[in-house]
Design a protein around this ligand. Sequence first.
Ligand SMILES: [Zn+2]
Ligand SMILES: [Zn+2]
Length: 247
Amino acid sequence: MSRKKISQPDMKILWGRSGSKCAICKTDLIQEKKEGSGYPIGEMAHIEDENPTSTRYNHEMMDDERNKYDNLILLCPKCHTIIDKDYQEYTVEKLKQMKKDHEKWVEESLKKHMPNITFAELEVIIKHLMGIPTLENGDYVTIVPPKEKIEKNDLSPEVENYITIGMLKVKQVRDYLNKNPDIHFAERLRAGFVNKYRELRKEGLEGDALFYALLDFASNSSPDFKYMTAGLSVLTYFFELCEVFEE
Ligand SMILES: [Zn+2]
Ligand SMILES: [Zn+2]
């Protein structure tokens, strides 16, 4: 059977909105390693199936459409097997609803965890970000209302909600950076972030896919809400400073 590939932007959006967790059982889909970043163990399952013998197969759907974010649900291998064996229970409508509920749950969880972020979580996240190479040096910083930037960059209401949650801790990120005795610390962090942003743009990512790719980077691909929220606050900090995304 010919399997068309799922594009990088669709992957980024799916993994980002799913919080790297199974939409059914909520298992973390990043396997941690002793050293270095973890690796993905999730499966991007088709809602309208790619298998023509499935009752979830839609003959009218083109392969391209079938492999889009809208038709995918992120699952662990076990739940993927279950939905493909039990078509009666896991209908197209049911899977769409589960995906929607799951993404809402991820957003709510970020909102719930955000107030608990302290310097400790920021330290872990920022330490990781400091380990990355930097190239570029300081151009100046302007502040543009996030609202305008969201429109300009064609970001969805879902991403806007994430940014609104991230705003809750922007001040704490600033305080954290200000208290560092090394005056170049914030500058190095910024340069690393901007580098990554440019790298991802060069790969052709934009809009929501770019946002989720940066969030993944900022939180070191952690499926832990604690670090996801810390990463989100750092990303929002740079978003607000206009270091990333177009003004
Ligand atoms: Zn599962
Ligand atoms: Zn499948």
